[in-house]
Structures are given as structure tokens and as C-alpha cells.
Design a binder for this molecule. Structure first.
Ligand SMILES: [Zn+2]
Length: 153
């Protein structure tokens, strides 16, 4: 068996991909797409049946409004749809690799089960990816927000 080694430069590249300041950091940590500090979802538990969809209206740290315009999150359905297709294809391939020759209903049941279990993840990922398409990281946003807060006081 060959040992998979990651070169030092590749490891640094992987680390940089998920570092604060990148969209992937915001997506995987479910943090505000503008300041990467404030949380997007009210409850941490993704799999809570009645609370997984509760979102903050705006970022508690920088004040960025998450729903940028009325109906903004309708677009998140397209992202969630794409994720659904990707998950379905992946489940199909894994089912094929495990069972190889099996009736079609096994595929359908497996795909449905995985989609139902991952529905909250899909919902949240769809929204946070959609938000990241329209907002980007601004490192100086915190200073500006604090200055404007001081002015208003
Ligand atoms: Zn923020």
C-alpha cells in the first residue's frame, strides 16, 4: 500500500483555502460573510428539528444585513438544489460500489434516506453559500462599524 503524503507547500495551500478571510472559512464555520466573526444561525445544533432554520437578521459584530433584499434567500434554493443533486449522485455511486448488483429500489431508499438526514445541512449550506456569492470579506469593516457606533452615541 502506498502512503499518501502531502508536501509541505500543498499543506500550506490547503490551510490557506480554509483560513479566515476566505469564502470557504465563512461557509464551513457558518460565520458572517463580511466580517467572518458574527454567527449566521441562531442555534449551533444543525440537526435540531425545529431550530435548525432560525437565522439572525443581521450580524451582531459588523451589522451586515443577511437578507440583503426581500426574497433574497429564494436564490438559496438553487444552491440547495445543486447540493441535492451532488449528494444524490455521490450516494448513488457509493451504493453501487458497496452493493454492486442490487435492485433499483435500494438506490432510491438510500438516496432518500441520505437526503432526509442531510436536509438541515443542505438548507444551511444553501443559504450561506448564496450569501457568500454576493458579499465578500472586508477586514476593515469592524473598525468602520465601531466608529459609526461611537458617532451615534
Ligand atoms: Zn459581520
Amino acid at each position: 500500500m502506498t502512503k499518501v503524503t502531502i508536501k509541505k507547500t500543498e499543506r500550506h495551500y490547503l490551510c490557506r483555502m480554509f483560513k479566515k478571510g476566505t469564502r470557504l472559512y465563512s461557509i464551513f464555520s457558518a460565520k458572517c460573510p463580511v466580517c467572518h466573526e458574527g454567527k449566521v444561525f441562531t442555534y449551533k445544533n444543525t440537526f435540531h428539528p425545529s431550530k435548525f432554520d432560525k437565522m439572525e437578521d443581521k450580524c451582531s459584530v459588523c451589522g451586515h444585513k443577511y437578507e440583503m433584499e426581500t426574497g433574497f434567500f429564494y436564490g438559496a434554493m438553487y444552491v440547495a438544489y445543486a447540493l441535492t443533486v451532488a449528494i444524490s449522485v455521490a450516494t448513488f455511486v457509493i451504493t453501487y460500489l458497496i452493493y454492486n448488483d442490487t435492485p433499483y429500489w435500494v438506490y432510491i431508499i438510500n438516496i432518500l434516506a441520505v437526503l432526509i438526514i442531510l436536509a438541515p445541512v443542505n438548507y444551511r449550506a444553501g443559504r450561506i453559500i448564496w450569501m457568500n456569492l454576493f458579499s465578500s470579506y472586508k477586514p476593515d469593516v469592524l473598525e468602520k462599524h465601531q466608529k459609526s457606533k461611537l458617532k451615534n452615541e
